[in-house]
Write a protein that binds this ligand. Structure first.
Ligand code: PRP
Ligand code: URA
Length: 213
């Protein structure tokens, strides 16, 4: 798994690249697109939790007693940025069934591309949790930066941003906005077009997940 830097991880496993190529195609329909977002979220969650600490537990197998490992009590919150981030929640919950889910609602202004937050609901103990922000697209970075600032204001220390496709501009904006956040992405694309869409990208992720226009 290549680390582009100590704070940016590119998950370029062959299965990830294969699934992402299908998602990028304009000919892929809503049902398959939604399934692929869920699957890639699971793969990405797997990599983003690679450093979770383990502790020993005693286990009695059908053969003998042994010592095994389990996750050492790290509490997690999954924070989807609405709407498109919702598409990644089920995959993440398959991986971490005990995670809490907070929601951050925001939409991008079509002209200025600035994020407009309209909703926030977090678990009560959010400051004690590792927060995994999920959103398929990191374009200008405005939405992600706003989300990270909202979580820092709640006292969250460990924030990880999980996206499927990132533009270099968005990565730079996020890294510049916060000294500690880490980014996980399945692709780093060429850049943004004049409408601040990722090129080549996959179009509007929210519309493709939910079948809207
Ligand atoms: C998309 C996407 C991100 C944001 C990325 O959401 O899901 O949240 O744009 O762009 P940025 O990096 O320039 O902020 P959008 O606002 O289109 O809403 P949606 O999820 O409802 O489609
Ligand atoms: N939001 C999307 O859904 N796609 C982009 O390419 C940029 C922002």
């Amino acid at each position: 798994m290549p680390h582009v830097s100590n704070r940016v991880t590119l998950i370029d496993h062959p299965m990830v690249q294969h699934k992402l190529a299908i998602m990028r195609s304009v000919h892929t329909g809503t049902k398959q697109f939604r399934e692929l977002v869920r699957e890639l979220a699971l793969f990405e969650g797997y990599e983003a939790t690679r450093d979770f600490p383990l502790e020993d537990i005693d286990v009695e197998t059908p053969i003998c007693e042994t010592v095994c490992k389990r996750i050492a009590g790290r509490k997690v919150a999954i924070i989807p940025i609405l709407r498109a981030g919702l598409g990644m929640v089920d995959g993440m919950l398959e991986l971490i069934p005990s995670a809490r889910v907070g929601h951050l609602g925001m939409y991008r202004d079509e002209v200025t591309h600035e994020p407009h937050p309209y909703y926030a609901k977090f678990p009560a103990d959010i400051d004690q949790r590792i927060c995994l922000i999920v959103d398929p697209m990191l374009a200008t970075g405005g939405s992600a930066v706003d989300a990270i600032q909202s979580l820092r204001a709640e006292g969250v220390r460990d924030i990880r941003l999980l996206v499927l496709v990132a533009a270099p501009e968005g990565i730079e904006a996020v890294l510049a906005s916060d000294p500690d956040v880490r980014i996980f992405t399945c692709a780093i694309d060429e850049g943004l077009n004049e409408a601040a869409y990722i090129v080549p990208g996959l179009g509007d992720a929210g519309d493709r997940i939910f079948g809207t226009k």
